[in-house]
Design a protein around this ligand. Structure first.
Ligand code: PEP
Ligand code: MG
Length: 325
């Protein structure tokens, strides 16, 4: 069966009724990037940059970051690479002194774009490195932990200045560097219609979105049953975000773990999702699930899914999908 699956690396992620779905890869290492490329990922949908900052005593400078990002871009040979700006917080150990330790609620603290905007010098260094890497292939910039419009306006302003500076320093860079927001804070999901005009693309971080929407710590084993995307509130919010993006002509992907679980593929397709970003380890399984899906049929059944009142009803809906030929 493994071999069977491996054959799919050259096959398109196309539904039974002929609709192409984009499968991007999540990556945080050289190995992930090589695997994503070999398995035919459409690009990198989420490149986590935290590892460059962890397990060391000094922050990486522009040159070191530039080389790391450029290598990812070169490794993907012309497929798009989505680089997420730093998503550190007190929940991820860091020895450089960048992150405040001892915050009472690290998940609700100074993390992601909040930390970046509070340290504009470091943020600018990272943006310069990413912008320079765009000279080697298509790059997009993705901002984590966005809660609303103001943050994206601030990031856009900084990015514009960085692009101008890097260009005037003589670097060849891309004509366009799309700027996207992670939708993982419920407020950003709900307020999205008001600031989607300020962003070029969206990536839904269901790992955090589920945590904040259900008020359930993603790392607390005692809440493992509650911490699940199979809650009517999660599905409705996902559906709304996807629809808002499509109505405004903006690409939208899901990049949380949910996107990498083939059990959830029909459900996400039913909600209208056309782009997934997932760890390369399950890329082929999800591609197989896409190829076995009848999109028109799933879309017909989406209102039943959105009417499901509890987890059991959602699971019944899912069971019906897997049972059908
Ligand atoms: C997410 O929150 O879904 C996500 C992809 O980001 P991370 O797991 O790195 O917080
Ligand atoms: Mg997240």
């Amino acid at each position: 069966e493994r071999k069977q699956l491996y054959r799919l690396r050259r096959e398109p992620a196309r539904t039974l009724d002929g609709v192409d779905i984009k499968l991007y890869a999540n990556a945080e290492s050289r190995e992930d990037v090589a695997e994503a490329h070999a398995l035919g990922a459409a690009g990198i949908g989420l490149y986590r940059t935290e590892f460059l900052f962890l397990q060391r005593n000094e922050l990486p400078d522009e040159e070191e970051q530039f080389r790391a990002y450029r290598d990812v871009v070169l490794g993907m040979t012309g497929r798009v690479v989505t680089i997420r700006t730093l998503d550190l917080g007190a929940d991820k150990a860091d020895r450089t002194g960048l992150v405040l330790s001892g915050e009472p609620n690290p998940a609700l603290g100074l993390r992601g774009v909040r930390l970046s905007l509070s340290r504009a010098d470091l943020f600018e260094t990272q943006l310069r490195a990413i912008v320079r890497a765009s000279g080697y292939g298509p790059v997009r910039i993705l901002v984590p932990m966005v809660s609303g419009r103001e943050e994206m306006v601030s990031v856009r302003r900084l990015l514009k200045r960085v692009i101008r500076d890097v260009r005037s320093a003589g670097h060849e860079i891309a004509e366009q560097i799309p700027l996207g927001a992670m939708i993982e804070v419920p407020a950003a999901a709900i307020a999205l219609p008001g600031f989607i005009g300020a962003i070029d693309f969206i990536s839904v971080g269901t790992n955090d979105l589920v945590q904040y929407l259900l008020a359930a710590d993603r790392n607390n084993d005692a809440l493992a049953d509650l911490y699940s995307p199979l809650h009517p509130a999660v599905l409705r919010l996902l559906h709304t975000v996807i629809r808002t993006a499509h109505m405004r002509g903006k690409p939208v992907a899901v990049c949380g773990e949910m996107a990498g679980d083939a059990l959830f593929t029909p459900l996400l397709l039913a909600l209208g999702l056309a782009e997934f970003s997932l760890h390369p380890a399950t890329l082929l399984e999800v591609r197989k699930a896409v190829r076995e899906a009848d999109l028109a049929d799933l879309r017909k059944r989406s209102s039943a899914l959105l009417r499901a009142r509890d987890r059991e009803a959602i699971e019944r809906w899912m069971a019906m999908t897997t049972a059908s030929p």
